[in-house]
Design a protein around this ligand. Sequence first.
Ligand code: SF4
Ligand code: SF4
Length: 201
Amino acid sequence: MLNFLKQVGDYAKESVQAAKYIGQGLSVTFDHMRRRPVTVQYPYEKIIPSERYRGRIHFEFDKCISCEVCVRVCPINLPVVDWEFDKASKKKTLNHYSIDFGVCIFCGNCVEYCPTNCLSMTEEYEMAAYDRHELNYDNVAMGRLPYKVTQDPMVTPLREYGYLPKGVTDPHDLPAGSRRAGKLPQEILEEAESAASGADN
Ligand code: SF4
Ligand code: SF4
């Protein structure tokens, strides 16, 4: 009899535990039903990269003075600056410039320190290639400007979560002109400048 009661007790205990675990599992499921989907219908829909996204580097050949600062500040000395000295003008003449984006870590040091601002980060992130050597971009490939997600007629651009209006969690069918939650960078800058000028007066 005691053995039977013990079995019933164990069974009841296990049933309660099983119900608890099912409840925990379902609570995760129901919690996700209230969240926005994190996936988009790529490549028909694409997330708009953030303002400071560090994508493929753009290069302006005419602005480069072959100073090689970009090479020295690069953690892996990656940019290849092929120049020769022109005795007549006593200046360096740039022949070729290249960066291997299969090796680049997109740290942005070269962009930050280039004295003539001929390097800039773009929002291009689709650089998949079958051959890694195709990722070694020369100055012609780097001189190409990327297709912006917002200007591509084949793509529906979607805002990332941090760029949605307050209280909105679905980036689809946003009313035109709806602004994101919080202050814009230029507004923060203007406030800081007016606060600084107020402190000076
Ligand atoms: S730092 Fe700028 S100007 Fe100097 S070699 Fe590099 S890309 Fe050219
Ligand atoms: S982004 Fe960084 S790793 Fe890539 S070339 Fe520039 S300095 Fe080098």
